[in-house]
Design a protein around this ligand. Structure first.
Ligand code: CA
Ligand code: CA
Length: 209
């Protein structure tokens, strides 16, 4: 990975690929160890996959800048904030096992928080939200015609537009949709005769949630 900028405070160590020039977009990076009280802020110039050599016990913020980020193997007790806001490229962002905040851009993003209680925001574009465990929150479901895939866990999704999911969406977890004065129609589509597959319950409310 290369970065444009990095903010380092106490407790941060860089493991491998330590830059010799701060702020050089061409500087290659390896993995990070962010200690308690440490802060990492970085803008990606390449796709980046964390290995188990990366851990976060402090604060970690990545600007995806149109690149895929995979934090599945990241260690440590703290989650990550990853944002592609302001970028039109489609990206896939996969969170860590902790509580992450993942934010898409204007493209068709795929956001998967992984374990933990994650907060997902797709932005514009037909985004795909994948939720599999924990208590995840989606802040803008429906904006751009999104798909929701719930393989487990609990999801609370706030609608940002009318949502009429097709058969791409499914749930085997518990989903609460906060209509937020938008229309929801789960009956359209046609695979297996229903729009939204899944065995677990859906709760739809126009209350504040
Ligand atoms: Ca997570
Ligand atoms: Ca998006």
């Amino acid at each position: 990975m290369s970065i444009e900028s990095i903010g380092i405070k106490g407790g941060v160590n860089l493991v491998g690929g330590v830059p010799t020039t701060m702020g050089d977009p061409g500087t290659s990076f390896g993995q990070y160890t962010i200690g308690a009280g440490g802060t990492l802020t970085a803008t990606l110039y390449e796709d980046w996959t964390a290995t188990a050599a990366t851990s976060n016990n402090g604060t970690a913020k990545l600007v995806a800048n149109g690149h895929t980020v995979d934090l599945t193997l990241a260690q440590g007790s703290h989650g990550w904030t990853v944002s592609n806001q302001g970028n039109r490229s489609d990206v896939t962002i996969t969170g860590s096992a902790q509580n992450d905040t993942l934010i898409g851009g204007a493209g068709r993003d795929s956001l998967n928080g992984g374990a933990g209680d994650d907060t997902l925001t797709g932005g514009d574009g037909a985004d795909s939200f994948d939720c599999n465990s924990g208590y995840d929150t989606i802040t803008d479901l429906g904006k751009g015609g999104d798909a929701l895939h719930v393989s487990g866990g609990h999801v609370k999704a706030f609608l940002a537009a009318d949502w009429n999911p097709d058969s791409e969406s499914n749930s085997d977890g518990e989903v609460m949709l906060i209509a937020n004065n938008h229309n929801v129609n789960l009956s359209g589509g046609n695979i297996y005769g229903e729009a939204v597959e899944g065995t677990a319950g859906w709760t739809i409310t126009n209350a504040g949630g």
